[in-house]
Design a protein around this ligand. Structure first.
Ligand SMILES: Cc1cc2nc3c(=O)[nH]c(=O)nc-3n(C[C@H](O)[C@H](O)[C@H](O)COP(=O)(O)O)c2cc1C
Length: 186
């Protein structure tokens, strides 16, 4: 059984919707068990038991939510010190709604979370542009969906933007299953 841990923060539920969609995608892969926790709930034993960690955050002023960073600094840091997350699989997702089409800070948010997962020695899973639905919610770094229109009208994340998000979960579950028990780092 492959264990996937999804850790996220949310204020308005949009990032939770992505977390649940990623969980559904991961569960579509045989022999996969998923645990979803908020960044405030997740504990060291959750990460200890996991073969993969998928971290999600809303974009806040161009960077990750402080609760996600707190999880990294207070829970993941011991794994970093002891090299005990080396070889686990890591991936990220985010939601945002900055003015305009792009969303200020989306890439920085995804990249800074990936950077922390790389620090942990994790095997990082990107979101290939060949993924179904990528044009609606893909960034190569991971799944990303807007929760508002160009003028910040609150729309919530669209169903079409969740297609690639679901695939992201399945991708991570397959990579984690393939690597489970493999001594890949010297
Ligand atoms: C304090 C704050 C700062 C934000 N800063 C940004 C930002 O810099 N860029 C962006 O695209 N969205 C920004 N947003 C919008 C949120 O990222 C967006 O609404 C997100 O989908 C909220 O996720 P949630 O529903 O999970 O809380 C900000 C929201 C808040 C509350």
């Amino acid at each position: 059984m492959t264990q996937i841990l999804i850790v996220y923060a949310t204020d308005y539920g949009n990032t939770r919707k992505l977390a649940e969609t990623i969980a559904a995608g991961a569960r579509s892969v045989a022999d996969t068990e998923v645990v979803i926790k908020t960044a405030e709930e997740a504990k060291a034993e959750d990460l200890q038991a996991a073969d993969a960690l998928i971290l999600g955050s809303p974009v806040h002023m161009g960077s990750m939510d402080w609760r996600v960073k707190k999880f990294i600094d207070t829970v993941c840091s011991a794994f970093w010190m002891q090299n005990t997350a080396v070889g686990k699989v890591g991936a990220v997702f985010a939601t945002g709604s900055g003015y305009g089409n792009v969303g200020a800070g989306a890439e920085l948010t995804l990249l800074s979370m990936l950077n922390n997962l790389a620090e942990l020695g994790m095997v990082l899973v990107p979101l290939p542009k060949s993924t179904e639905g990528y044009a609606k919610s893909g960034l190569q770094w991971g799944a990303y969906a807007r929760s508002a229109g160009e003028n910040l009208e609150q729309t919530g994340v669209s169903d079409e933007s969740l297609v690639a998000v679901r695939h992201h979960g399945a991708h991570v579950a397959r990579v984690a299953a393939a690597l489970k028990g493999q001594p890949i780092f010297g």
